[in-house]
Design a protein around this ligand. Structure first.
Ligand code: ZN
Length: 253
């Protein structure tokens, strides 16, 4: 089931042939489930790209590296329609059509990017757990959009998918202190829980703040507002303690 899929609402990229979606738990996208990759490619609406889609996944090692796919990618990947990049990246951007950028999550935040530059369309997909967000992956995304794609980040649309909400993500005091050591203003993303020395962390709030600090526009951030931990229709590592993952994707037709 595609939870949300379709053209972007914002006028600047309306009818731009960008398709994106957030799948729920009816498709288990854990890295070992190769059938799920084929199923995903089958549900993405066909565009003028007659050769079909490639799926492209990054390793998701909770780092801050972001891959960029150029036209050479199609040539190197043509014998494998489900590419799994083992180069330690947690995000990927491209201006090439026919590639479904996929992010696997089960509590972490999938963040999709879409926009235009003077040469055409740009899409991106980033896996944001606390480590990557803390380490600056949003800043890296901004740098790629400005330096490699010459885009104005104020016009980039951002879609935030199913992820753990600020009422469900309980952390220890050490975790809070790590964020406070970086910036005392980070206290606003934490709230005391009923448990001693435990806090709720607003990961999505932290990520949105990072986006705004890096020049993205608040009005271009769309949050699906689904907590996968509360909604049994989605996977949650904190709840289920297993390898099952939902997938978020974005592609240029
Ligand atoms: Zn929640």
């Amino acid at each position: 089931m595609i939870y949300l899929c379709g053209g972007l609402k914002n006028l600047s990229v309306k009818n731009a042939g960008i398709v994106y979606g957030f799948m729920d738990g009816s498709l288990d996208f854990n890295p070992l489930n190769l059938t799920a990759r084929k199923e995903l490619l089958n549900v993405i609406p066909a565009g003028p790209n007659k050769t079909g889609y490639y799926s492209y996944e990054v390793e998701q090692s909770h780092g801050t590296h972001i891959a960029v796919l150029d036209e050479k990618f199609i040539e190197t990947a043509k014998y494998n329609r489900n590419v799994f990049d083992k180069n330690n990246a947690d995000g990927v951007f491209t201006g090439e059509s026919g590639i479904a950028l996929c992010i696997r999550t089960a509590d972490c935040v999938p963040v999709l990017f879409a926009g235009l530059n003077n040469r055409g369309r740009i899409i991106g997909a980033v896996h944001c757990g606390w480590k990557g967000a803390y380490g600056g992956i949003i800043k890296n995304a901004k740098n790629i959009l400005t330096d490699k794609f010459n885009a104005d980040v104020r016009d980039i649309l951002i879609m935030i998918g199913p992820s753990i909400c600020r009422k469900c993500y309980e952390v220890e005091e050490d975790f809070l202190n790590l964020f406070l050591a970086k910036d005392n203003l980070n206290r606003k993303f934490f709230q005391k829980t009923a448990n001693k020395n435990k806090f709720f962390f607003d990961l999505k709030g932290f990520i949105k703040n990072e986006l705004i600090l890096n020049g993205f526009s608040d009005k271009n951030i769309y949050d699906l507002n689904i907590c996968n931990f509360e909604d049994a229709g989605f996977f949650s590592y904190r709840r289920d303690k297993d390898l099952r993952r939902q997938v978020s994707f974005i592609a240029l037709l």
